[in-house]
Design a protein around this ligand. Structure first.
Ligand code: FMN
Length: 170
């Protein structure tokens, strides 16, 4: 899909709605060049340190976690309605079990600002470089939120990705 550079804040309200449902596709690529993809629904776009930042929350159990730890780069891809079934697969199957790109013939292209890839069918993509991360701290979390989202384990790591480029189909 032909995409052009746009402001990171373009259609922000619509993007947040779509992040929540059906979710976005988080792609990361190891230094070896191999990539993995998973569905995300939790995240934030905003300004920190005077930079546009995409925060994504990844549990250590995810295969994707290994990829971001390795390279510190990721892309966030906004799926079109036609990819709805694949988005559900990317949110339920691990890349440890299947190659989610290869098994479903998903076309990708090199990202422009980071050594990773973007998904051709996605009308909007964000290219990000990790400039900070931290972990959810159970002792500092509201008990009800902790119980609902964690139950004592698998606390997210929060990656702060500087948005180096945002591209959208016009
Ligand atoms: C709609 C939806 C949203 C999700 N959001 C997140 C998220 O924000 N963070 C996370 O760690 N897992 C999230 N998941 C779970 C992962 O997508 C899922 O565990 C996936 O299979 C991990 O793939 P991987 O092991 O190849 O990284 C979500 C799943 C769905 C269906």
């Amino acid at each position: 899909m032909e995409r052009q550079a746009v402001e990171y804040s373009q259609n922000l309200s619509e993007m947040i709605t779509r992040l929540n449902d059906p979710g976005f596709l988080l792609v990361s690529t190891k230094k070896t060049g191999v990539s993995n993809v998973m569905t995300i629904s939790w995240g934030m776009i905003g300004i920190i340190w005077g930079k546009p930042i995409f925060q994504v929350l990844v549990r250590p159990s995810r295969y994707t976690y290994e990829f971001i730890e390795d390279s510190h780069v990721f892309t966030v891809n906004v799926p079109p309605p036609e990819l709805k079934r694949w988005v559900a697969i990317c949110g339920s199957k691990s890349g440890r079990e299947i190659d989610k790109f290869g098994a479903y013939n998903i076309a990708t292209s090199p990202a422009q600002h980071v050594p990773s890839i973007t998904i051709d069918a996605c009308p909007v993509v964000y290219e990000c470089r990790v400039v900070h991360y931290n972990n959810v701290i159970p002792a500092q979390m509201d008990g009800a939120v902790e119980a609902e989202s964690y139950g004592g384990r698998n606390y997210h790591r929060i990656y702060f990705g500087e948005i180096l480029g945002t591209y959208a189909a016009q």
